[in-house]
Design a protein around this ligand. Structure first.
Ligand SMILES: NC(=O)c1ccc[n+]([C@@H]2O[C@H](COP(=O)([O-])OP(=O)(O)OC[C@H]3O[C@@H](n4cnc5c(N)ncnc54)[C@H](OP(=O)(O)O)[C@@H]3O)[C@@H](O)[C@H]2O)c1
Length: 221
Protein backbone atom coordinates (compact mmCIF):
# COMPACT_ATOMS: atom_id res chain seq x y z
CA UNK A 1 0.00 0.00 0.00
CA UNK A 2 1.21 3.51 -0.71
CA UNK A 3 1.29 6.25 -3.30
CA UNK A 4 0.75 5.10 -6.89
CA UNK A 5 1.51 7.44 -9.79
CA UNK A 6 -1.09 6.63 -12.44
CA UNK A 7 -1.28 7.96 -16.00
CA UNK A 8 -4.41 7.59 -18.12
CA UNK A 9 -6.63 7.88 -15.03
CA UNK A 10 -9.29 9.79 -17.01
CA UNK A 11 -9.62 6.96 -19.54
CA UNK A 12 -11.74 3.81 -19.65
CA UNK A 13 -9.17 1.44 -18.14
CA UNK A 14 -7.49 4.12 -16.03
CA UNK A 15 -10.72 5.12 -14.26
CA UNK A 16 -11.27 1.50 -13.26
CA UNK A 17 -7.65 1.27 -12.17
CA UNK A 18 -7.93 4.37 -9.99
CA UNK A 19 -11.05 2.97 -8.32
CA UNK A 20 -9.51 -0.47 -7.78
CA UNK A 21 -6.27 0.97 -6.40
CA UNK A 22 -8.23 3.22 -4.05
CA UNK A 23 -10.37 0.29 -2.89
CA UNK A 24 -7.20 -1.71 -2.21
CA UNK A 25 -5.89 1.06 0.07
CA UNK A 26 -3.42 2.72 -2.29
CA UNK A 27 -3.27 6.52 -2.66
CA UNK A 28 -3.59 7.41 -6.35
CA UNK A 29 -1.71 10.39 -7.75
CA UNK A 30 -3.03 10.89 -11.28
CA UNK A 31 -0.63 12.34 -13.86
CA UNK A 32 -2.12 13.77 -17.04
CA UNK A 33 -4.20 16.45 -18.72
CA UNK A 34 -7.30 17.56 -16.94
CA UNK A 35 -6.71 15.38 -13.88
CA UNK A 36 -8.06 18.18 -11.68
CA UNK A 37 -11.58 16.89 -12.31
CA UNK A 38 -10.74 13.52 -10.71
CA UNK A 39 -11.42 12.75 -7.09
CA UNK A 40 -7.73 12.03 -6.38
CA UNK A 41 -4.52 14.03 -6.04
CA UNK A 42 -3.43 15.16 -9.50
CA UNK A 43 -0.36 16.38 -11.35
CA UNK A 44 -1.22 18.26 -14.56
CA UNK A 45 1.01 17.27 -17.48
CA UNK A 46 0.64 16.72 -21.20
CA UNK A 47 2.34 13.42 -21.91
CA UNK A 48 2.75 14.42 -25.55
CA UNK A 49 5.49 16.66 -24.13
CA UNK A 50 7.61 14.41 -21.86
CA UNK A 51 9.87 17.36 -20.99
CA UNK A 52 6.93 18.96 -19.17
CA UNK A 53 6.94 16.14 -16.62
CA UNK A 54 10.03 17.25 -14.68
CA UNK A 55 8.67 20.72 -13.77
CA UNK A 56 5.20 19.25 -13.17
CA UNK A 57 6.61 16.66 -10.79
CA UNK A 58 8.92 19.10 -8.96
CA UNK A 59 6.72 19.44 -5.89
CA UNK A 60 6.58 15.67 -5.57
CA UNK A 61 10.25 14.92 -6.25
CA UNK A 62 11.67 17.86 -4.24
CA UNK A 63 10.50 16.31 -0.98
CA UNK A 64 11.30 12.62 -0.35
CA UNK A 65 7.77 11.42 -1.13
CA UNK A 66 7.19 7.71 -0.82
CA UNK A 67 6.13 6.18 -4.16
CA UNK A 68 5.06 2.55 -4.08
CA UNK A 69 4.34 2.18 -7.80
CA UNK A 70 4.13 3.84 -11.19
CA UNK A 71 1.35 2.57 -13.46
CA UNK A 72 1.54 3.91 -17.03
CA UNK A 73 -1.86 3.41 -18.64
CA UNK A 74 -2.12 6.52 -20.86
CA UNK A 75 -2.08 5.76 -24.54
CA UNK A 76 -3.21 6.94 -27.94
CA UNK A 77 -3.98 4.66 -30.82
CA UNK A 78 -4.05 6.37 -34.23
CA UNK A 79 -5.23 4.21 -37.13
CA UNK A 80 -3.25 5.49 -40.10
CA UNK A 81 -1.24 3.76 -42.82
CA UNK A 82 2.42 4.63 -43.12
CA UNK A 83 1.46 6.40 -46.36
CA UNK A 84 -0.78 8.77 -44.34
CA UNK A 85 0.89 9.15 -40.94
CA UNK A 86 3.00 12.29 -40.77
CA UNK A 87 5.72 13.16 -38.28
CA UNK A 88 3.21 14.55 -35.79
CA UNK A 89 1.40 11.20 -35.54
CA UNK A 90 4.69 9.45 -34.87
CA UNK A 91 5.94 12.10 -32.44
CA UNK A 92 2.73 12.18 -30.39
CA UNK A 93 2.30 8.39 -30.30
CA UNK A 94 5.86 7.70 -29.25
CA UNK A 95 5.74 10.56 -26.72
CA UNK A 96 2.48 9.57 -25.00
CA UNK A 97 2.86 5.79 -25.22
CA UNK A 98 6.53 5.33 -24.41
CA UNK A 99 8.78 8.39 -23.94
CA UNK A 100 6.60 9.85 -21.19
CA UNK A 101 6.59 6.46 -19.45
CA UNK A 102 10.39 6.42 -19.44
CA UNK A 103 10.55 10.01 -18.18
CA UNK A 104 7.99 9.43 -15.43
CA UNK A 105 9.90 6.38 -14.24
CA UNK A 106 13.20 8.26 -14.40
CA UNK A 107 11.80 11.00 -12.17
CA UNK A 108 10.27 8.50 -9.75
CA UNK A 109 13.26 6.12 -9.58
CA UNK A 110 14.90 7.53 -6.44
CA UNK A 111 11.62 7.02 -4.58
CA UNK A 112 10.96 3.64 -6.25
CA UNK A 113 14.41 2.44 -5.19
CA UNK A 114 13.77 3.53 -1.60
CA UNK A 115 10.44 1.70 -1.50
CA UNK A 116 11.58 -1.28 -3.63
CA UNK A 117 8.60 -0.28 -5.72
CA UNK A 118 6.86 -1.57 -8.80
CA UNK A 119 6.50 -0.21 -12.34
CA UNK A 120 3.57 -1.45 -14.40
CA UNK A 121 3.28 -0.66 -18.10
CA UNK A 122 -0.09 -1.22 -19.77
CA UNK A 123 0.94 -2.52 -23.17
CA UNK A 124 -1.42 -4.24 -25.66
CA UNK A 125 -1.66 -7.77 -26.95
CA UNK A 126 -1.55 -6.66 -30.62
CA UNK A 127 1.54 -4.61 -29.82
CA UNK A 128 3.93 -7.45 -30.46
CA UNK A 129 3.58 -7.81 -34.23
CA UNK A 130 3.12 -5.54 -37.23
CA UNK A 131 -0.47 -4.53 -37.99
CA UNK A 132 -1.31 -2.70 -41.25
CA UNK A 133 -2.69 0.83 -40.60
CA UNK A 134 -1.54 0.67 -36.97
CA UNK A 135 2.22 1.06 -37.33
CA UNK A 136 2.78 4.01 -34.98
CA UNK A 137 0.74 2.31 -32.25
CA UNK A 138 2.34 -1.13 -32.52
CA UNK A 139 5.81 0.44 -32.84
CA UNK A 140 5.22 2.41 -29.65
CA UNK A 141 4.01 -0.68 -27.78
CA UNK A 142 6.97 -2.74 -29.02
CA UNK A 143 9.21 0.05 -27.72
CA UNK A 144 7.33 0.03 -24.40
CA UNK A 145 8.02 -3.69 -24.06
CA UNK A 146 11.75 -3.10 -24.73
CA UNK A 147 11.75 -0.27 -22.19
CA UNK A 148 10.22 -2.63 -19.63
CA UNK A 149 12.70 -5.41 -20.29
CA UNK A 150 15.71 -3.08 -20.11
CA UNK A 151 14.46 -1.37 -16.98
CA UNK A 152 13.75 -4.71 -15.28
CA UNK A 153 17.38 -5.77 -15.65
CA UNK A 154 18.77 -2.34 -14.77
CA UNK A 155 16.76 -1.99 -11.58
CA UNK A 156 16.62 -5.59 -10.30
CA UNK A 157 19.60 -4.88 -8.06
CA UNK A 158 17.66 -2.04 -6.44
CA UNK A 159 14.65 -4.28 -5.82
CA UNK A 160 12.44 -2.38 -8.29
CA UNK A 161 9.96 -4.66 -10.06
CA UNK A 162 8.77 -4.15 -13.62
CA UNK A 163 5.63 -5.73 -15.04
CA UNK A 164 4.18 -5.47 -18.53
CA UNK A 165 0.45 -6.10 -18.87
CA UNK A 166 -0.82 -7.11 -22.32
CA UNK A 167 -4.59 -6.70 -22.41
CA UNK A 168 -6.60 -7.88 -25.39
CA UNK A 169 -9.85 -6.09 -26.32
CA UNK A 170 -11.13 -4.18 -23.30
CA UNK A 171 -14.50 -2.43 -23.35
CA UNK A 172 -13.67 1.29 -23.57
CA UNK A 173 -14.62 4.13 -25.91
CA UNK A 174 -11.11 3.97 -27.37
CA UNK A 175 -11.62 0.38 -28.50
CA UNK A 176 -14.96 1.34 -30.07
CA UNK A 177 -13.23 4.11 -32.03
CA UNK A 178 -10.36 1.86 -33.13
CA UNK A 179 -12.72 -0.89 -34.26
CA UNK A 180 -14.79 1.68 -36.20
CA UNK A 181 -11.64 2.98 -37.90
CA UNK A 182 -10.78 -0.58 -38.95
CA UNK A 183 -14.38 -1.19 -40.06
CA UNK A 184 -14.70 -4.03 -37.54
CA UNK A 185 -17.64 -4.67 -35.20
CA UNK A 186 -17.43 -3.76 -31.52
CA UNK A 187 -19.37 -5.73 -28.94
CA UNK A 188 -18.47 -4.58 -25.41
CA UNK A 189 -20.01 -7.77 -23.99
CA UNK A 190 -17.36 -9.83 -25.81
CA UNK A 191 -14.52 -7.77 -24.30
CA UNK A 192 -12.66 -7.69 -20.99
CA UNK A 193 -14.37 -5.36 -18.50
CA UNK A 194 -12.00 -2.55 -17.41
CA UNK A 195 -12.80 -3.47 -13.79
CA UNK A 196 -11.60 -7.05 -14.37
CA UNK A 197 -8.34 -5.84 -15.89
CA UNK A 198 -7.89 -3.36 -13.04
CA UNK A 199 -8.34 -6.16 -10.49
CA UNK A 200 -5.51 -8.10 -12.17
CA UNK A 201 -3.20 -5.08 -12.04
CA UNK A 202 -3.91 -4.65 -8.32
CA UNK A 203 -3.25 -8.37 -7.86
CA UNK A 204 0.12 -7.97 -9.63
CA UNK A 205 1.00 -5.04 -7.34
CA UNK A 206 0.22 -7.09 -4.26
CA UNK A 207 2.74 -9.84 -5.03
CA UNK A 208 4.63 -11.24 -2.04
CA UNK A 209 8.26 -10.36 -1.28
CA UNK A 210 9.71 -13.52 -2.82
CA UNK A 211 8.12 -13.39 -6.30
CA UNK A 212 6.17 -11.32 -8.77
CA UNK A 213 4.68 -11.54 -12.26
CA UNK A 214 6.84 -9.79 -14.87
CA UNK A 215 4.44 -10.27 -17.81
CA UNK A 216 0.70 -10.71 -17.75
CA UNK A 217 -1.37 -11.41 -20.88
CA UNK A 218 -5.09 -10.92 -20.38
CA UNK A 219 -7.74 -12.32 -22.75
CA UNK A 220 -11.53 -12.06 -22.73
CA UNK A 221 -13.04 -15.06 -20.95
N1 LIG B 1 -9.19 -0.67 -24.68
C1 LIG B 1 -8.51 -1.69 -25.19
O1 LIG B 1 -9.06 -2.60 -25.86
C2 LIG B 1 -7.04 -1.81 -24.93
C3 LIG B 1 -6.41 -3.02 -25.25
C4 LIG B 1 -5.05 -3.14 -25.04
C5 LIG B 1 -4.32 -2.09 -24.49
N2 LIG B 1 -4.96 -0.94 -24.19
C6 LIG B 1 -4.14 0.14 -23.62
O2 LIG B 1 -4.72 0.57 -22.40
C7 LIG B 1 -4.42 1.94 -22.19
C8 LIG B 1 -5.71 2.69 -21.85
O3 LIG B 1 -6.63 2.49 -22.91
P1 LIG B 1 -8.16 2.94 -22.82
O4 LIG B 1 -8.93 2.01 -23.69
O5 LIG B 1 -8.55 3.13 -21.39
O6 LIG B 1 -8.06 4.35 -23.58
P2 LIG B 1 -8.78 5.77 -23.29
O7 LIG B 1 -10.10 5.57 -22.64
O8 LIG B 1 -8.71 6.53 -24.57
O9 LIG B 1 -7.80 6.43 -22.23
C9 LIG B 1 -6.56 6.95 -22.65
C10 LIG B 1 -5.96 7.73 -21.51
O10 LIG B 1 -4.70 8.27 -21.96
C11 LIG B 1 -4.68 9.65 -21.65
N3 LIG B 1 -3.91 10.46 -22.58
C12 LIG B 1 -3.96 10.44 -23.93
N4 LIG B 1 -3.17 11.41 -24.42
C13 LIG B 1 -2.61 12.04 -23.36
C14 LIG B 1 -1.70 13.13 -23.22
N5 LIG B 1 -1.21 13.79 -24.28
N6 LIG B 1 -1.35 13.52 -21.97
C15 LIG B 1 -1.86 12.88 -20.89
N7 LIG B 1 -2.71 11.85 -20.95
C16 LIG B 1 -3.09 11.44 -22.18
C17 LIG B 1 -6.13 10.08 -21.75
O11 LIG B 1 -6.27 11.31 -21.07
P3 LIG B 1 -7.28 12.48 -21.59
O12 LIG B 1 -8.57 12.22 -20.84
O13 LIG B 1 -6.61 13.73 -21.18
O14 LIG B 1 -7.41 12.31 -23.09
C18 LIG B 1 -6.82 8.91 -21.06
O15 LIG B 1 -6.76 9.05 -19.67
C19 LIG B 1 -3.73 2.44 -23.45
O16 LIG B 1 -2.34 2.45 -23.25
C20 LIG B 1 -4.11 1.39 -24.50
O17 LIG B 1 -3.16 1.26 -25.53
C21 LIG B 1 -6.30 -0.76 -24.40
Amino acid sequence: MGNVLLTGATGGIGRALAAALDAAGHRVIAVGRDVGRLDVRGIEADLADPASLAPAMEALTAEPTEIHAVVHCAGISPVEAVAEAGPDTWRRTMAVNVASAAELVRLALPALRRSKGHVIFVNASPGLTGVPRWSAFVASKAALRELADSLREEEAGHGVRVTTVYPAATATDLLGEVRAAFGRPYDPQACIRPESLAAMVVWALNAPADSYVCELSVLPG
